[in-house]
Design a protein around this ligand. Structure first.
Ligand SMILES: [Zn+2]
Length: 410
């Protein structure tokens, strides 16, 4: 049996090109280091493919290799042949071509890059970093490179189940470019608009930003034939989105569904929390300050039965002490019941009762929210009539990972 050949093939290499010189394993770390030398007769210039002459030395390079069985971390010490190029490079010193090195990320073997790339389709760059030991920055660059390659060859199938769709704006925090960091914070908020198929629960197309133009771009990528197949499209409470949806999707009922309403409702609630947090800071009220701070937000928004006993009692105490928080929580608790209504008349009745409550409590952010809801009432009624649940699209939005997937893969 030719085990050397098997090992080289596993690493993505050919015995005609390279030879294994030695290997060291570390069974505690589950890592291995393999020294591999390029053969003398691999004499094609890396730049111009011309013939190298005067080959007598090798340059040492460290490469990430694909995991081998239990050895998750495989380091390849590669001795790359060097010579003088007799081709287009005009007698410059060049190394020989090695096709198992990734064309863009020169410290990775193509086998490693392919596996790490697949991992990053399923999980985050940071998780791939922990598995491979390769820096998340290099992995991120690899991910970008692969996505761009994939996008170039990418075409949407015509039988895409797109009858029920949703346009969701999502945000992510991204690191600012180095030169902008001094004056502003390290992280910057960016928005993406995703077009999601309910049936596939997948992002079909997406575009930068959260304006009407962003949705137009999503729908243009879909093409007129698929746009005609959309029968129901849920969007945010946003004129630009609705206009784009009506312009591009002639057969669609355009709705604002509960997911989008809930998002706006949570925002209204969070404004009350922020105000009360500032107030508690001014009053040096440590108890309220502690429970109203951003990192403790979950205590206010989680269903009370999911909270610990301690947090439940803190919450009860807070609601007794703070009238505004108590009102805001009541308003938030009641609203989903209106969206549960199956008949438009019942929805209208529920909304009217809720409106009276909002006016009575007089919280500015809820008054603003109510204005928005009333403006888009007809669109919300389209949702009430449709009985469509948006659990799918909510699930998608919770997975930040999906944001970076440009396009669509089964
Ligand atoms: Zn050359």
């Amino acid at each position: 049996m030719d085990l050397q050949k098997l090992l080289l093939n596993a690493l993505g290499m050919q015995p005609e090109d390279v030879i294994i010189e030695k290997y060291l394993t570390n069974t505690d770390q589950l890592s291995t280091s393999i020294a591999i030398r390029q053969r003398r007769d691999c004499r094609h210039c890396i730049k111009c493919n011309g013939q190298l002459y005067g080959v007598k030395q090798w340059v040492e390079k460290k490469l990430y290799g694909i995991p081998l069985g239990v050895f998750l971390k495989v380091e390849i010490i590669f001795y790359q042949l060097q010579g003088i190029c007799g081709g287009d490079c005009n007698n410059k010193t060049r190394v020989a071509k090695a096709c198992f090195i990734h064309p863009h990320l020169r410290r990775m073997t193509t086998a490693f890059a392919e596996l790490a790339g697949r991992w990053m389709e399923e999980t985050t760059c940071a998780a791939a970093e922990r598995m491979t030991g390769c820096s998340s920055m290099s992995l991120w660059r690899l991910d970008q490179w692969r996505m761009k390659k994939k996008k170039d060859n990418f075409k949407l199938p015509n039988d895409l189940p797109i009858s029920l769709a949703s346009a969701d704006e999502v945000h992510m925090m991204t690191l600012r470019p180095q030169e902008q960091r001094s004056e502003k914070s390290l992280w910057e908020k960016k928005f993406i608009t995703n077009l999601v198929s309910y049936d596939l629960s997948k992002v079909i197309t997406n575009a930068k930003g959260r304006s009407g133009r962003s949705l137009q771009s999503c729908l243009r990528q879909l093409g007129p034939e698929l746009c005609r197949q959309i029968n129901f499209l849920a969007v945010d409470m946003h004129d630009g989105f609705i206009e784009a949806a009506e312009k591009y999707c002639p057969n669609a009922k355009v709705a604002v569904d509960r997911f989008h309403v809930a998002k706006a409702l949570n925002k209204a609630f969070d404004e009350v929390r922020k105000q009360e947090f500032e107030q508690a800071k001014q009053n040096k009220d440590n108890f309220q300050r502690q429970i109203l701070m951003p990192s403790k937000r979950f205590i206010l928004v989680e269903r009370s039965r999911d909270l610990s006993k301690e947090n439940q009692s803190h919450l009860e105490k807070l609601r007794k002490l703070n009238q505004n928080i108590n009102s805001a929580m009541l308003l938030v608790e009641y609203f989903p019941k209106i969206l549960d209504k199956k008949k438009v008349e019942e929805f209208r009745k529920g909304l009217k009762l809720w409106e009276d409550l909002v006016v009575e409590e007089g919280l500015t952010s809820f008054i603003d929210f109510l204005k928005t809801v009333k403006k888009y009432k007809e669109r919300i009624e389209v949702y009430i009539k449709s009985h469509l649940t948006t659990a799918v699209s909510e699930g998608i939005n919770n997975k930040i990972k999906v944001l970076k997937r440009v396009g669509y893969t089964y």
